[in-house]
Design a protein around this ligand. Structure first.
Ligand code: FES
Ligand SMILES: [Fe+2]
Length: 332
């Protein structure tokens, strides 16, 4: 276990909650990127994520702050703040304070997740948070799948990049996930902030089979460092989302979500039970990775086998673009 040497203030979209944790009128406390934050849902249903401290005298809006229509009211002196973080009412003065502003974050809600855009340089979002269905362009949608199954592991000493490096790490599958044979990567595209990894893999059969004969695999799309979505083919139809969000300089919250495809059949209850079991198995496999990641010490430069060079070099070069606060010469 070791504090990650990579920046814990990367740029990109990161999950901070699930949408159903924040109902209309709720004020939800959270801490990410070393900042106390609140997420609050206006009467209109719109969600705002902002820093937690009132710009007046610094009350924490997550302790007693209330949603009033489409603004958030501070519990201390009743000042009201809108969805842009601007003061719109001082109850004992005829005009608001137009100068001060609470820092707000761009928000995207999709696949039941709340994602925020984080950038130390305060640039606007320059890529989209991937949707676990739409990103694959295959016409799939949530209604073709059983409800989302979830894993939440807060406060682990790991970095989002550890998780994405799984996407080039062919050798771990046999050891961590007990796959019968080593998978083969068929696509590594790290040209853009949204990157693509495809691989042929099987979890069935024995170690005598040949990878050329395997008819199943996984496609992964990484939306920056914070979110990765996957689609499987040739096996039980499943989609996953992994989301890792830095909390402070040494820990991250990990969320993992699985959708299992619905199949038409005679016994819907049995099918749902089977889907639930399979979803739990997918989550179990992800937890096997977590046990490695949370005790890992990031190795830089790593000792690599010859076949590992290309993939690890590509993903690490790609990742550097998301660390504007690290030394300029390291930026790729
Ligand atoms: S501290 Fe928020 S209104 Fe005074
Ligand atoms: Fe893995």
């Amino acid at each position: 276990m070791a504090k990650p040497p990579l920046s814990m203030k990367p740029t990109g979209w990161f999950q901070v909650a699930w949408s159903d944790e924040i109902g209309i009128g709720d004020v939800h406390r959270m801490k990410y990127f070393g900042e106390e934050m609140v997420a609050w849902r206006a009467e209109s249903g719109e969600l705002t994520v902002m820093n937690a401290y009132c710009e007046h005298l610094g009350a924490h809006l997550g302790y007693g702050g209330t949603v009033v229509g489409d603004v958030l009211q501070c519990p201390f002196h009743g000042w009201q703040w809108n969805r842009e973080g601007r003061n719109v009412c001082i109850p004992y003065q005829d005009r608001p304070n137009r100068g001060r502003r609470i820092r707000t974050y761009p928000v995207a809600e999709r696949n039941s997740s709340v994602y925020v855009w984080h950038d130390v340089e305060r640039r606007e979002p320059y890529f989209d948070a991937p949707d676990v269905f739409a990103a694959f362009g295959d016409g799939s949608a949530a209604d073709g799948y059983y409800p989302q199954q979830r894993l939440y592991r807060p406060g682990l000493e790991l970095h989002p990049q550890y998780v994405l490096e799984n996407g080039v790490d062919f050798a771990h599958f046999k050891f961590v996930h007990n796959t019968p044979i080593v998978p083969v990567f068929t696509r590594h595209d790290f040209a853009e902030p949204v990157s693509f990894v495809d691989f042929t893999i099987t979890f069935e059969g024995d170690d005598g089979q040949k990878i050329e004969d395997v008819n199943s695999g996984v496609q992964a799309i990484n939306g920056g460092l914070g979110i990765a979505v996957t689609k499987s083919w040739g096996m039980v139809d499943n989609r996953t989302i992994s989301a890792v969000t830095p909390v402070d300089d040494s820990t991250s919250d990990v969320r993992f979500m699985v959708y299992i495809g619905r199949v038409a059949g005679r016994d819907p209850e049995r099918a749902e039970r089977k889907a639930d079991e399979f979803g739990r198995e997918v989550i179990r496999q992800f937890e096997q990775d977590i046990e490695i990641w949370r005790h890992q010490r990031y190795s830089d430069p790593p000792a690599l086998a010859a076949d590992e060079y290309e993939g690890f070099t590509a993903i690490r070069k790609w990742a550097k673009r998301f660390y504007p606060d690290m030394h300029a010469s390291q930026r790729g």
